[in-house]
Unconditional design. Sequence first.
Length: 330
Amino acid sequence: MTLVVEDLVKHFRTRDGIVRAVDGVSFTVERGQTLGLVGESGCGKSTTARMLVRLDQPTSGRILLDGEDVAFARGATLSKLRGRIQMVFQDPYASLDPRLTVGQTLGEVLTVRRMVDGDAQRRTRVNELLEMVGMTASVAGRYPHQLSGGQRQRVGIARALAVEPEVMVLDEPVSALDVSVRAEVMNLLTRLRDELGLTYVFISHDLGMVRHISDRIAVMYLGRVLEIGGWRALSDDPLHPYTRSLRDAVPVPDPELEAQRQVVELGGEVPDAINPPAGCLFHTRCPYVEDRCRVETPTLRELAPRHQVACHFSERLFPDVLAEAQQVSG
Ligand code: SF4
């Protein structure tokens, strides 16, 4: 199963004008792989996630699962496709019904999606799902408020797994959790992906977080992808000034290395999506801005194999990094 997203667009009409929440996003995720989708709040990554599972209807574009288009599917076709692509939300507490026990929550999904036949089969499957996410059958009788944040997110993951999806869209799945349990949930997600051959789109504001789980990373800004490439290149030696500022926001544990770093500081706020800047979307915050950037929009260009960057001057700004990227990938 390959997930292909082509020129995906979502525009919202508001009283103040049209918000270009997602403005032509394209990427491909191969079966069993993870694409990390990174950017600051308001960059369009969560809207992209909601379109992938059709909680939001795209304005235009295509979302292909093995060539079948999810973007504008309806009725029975949409229902079938929805079973193949599931979402795990950031806040597990808000996404679970407080009146239902864990067993009832999972059982309801199994019944509605006709995944089981009868009570006995449903109970067995609920227990299997709990085991898959590292919990015991005793959790089935508990309500969400009786669980810790990490346990609730495990239930959220089990609920997504209940319909046996091929793709999981994970929208900041550990951001709301205590730091101490984040690694456990990340390890669980990695194990499930590898054991079940799942394909992930992992959304986060934190480049340091996605590097551990991603095969490829796409960086979004004001509804567009500014850089996309392999996880190591994107998180260690990116070629776009914005990605470099995100990388530099991730602290380096070694104080000596931290002192030697040449840091690209990210100043200012993300501009208003109703009135995005002309030319390069990042020009109002870029430390390397030149006149051309204010008038001419850079397109994504493949500067190293499978590594695309939307900046006019990456070659001039980061020649050593580019030479290495071309060697490593080539
Ligand atoms: Fe900065 Fe110009 Fe490159 Fe945009 S095109 S990232 S403003 S140098």
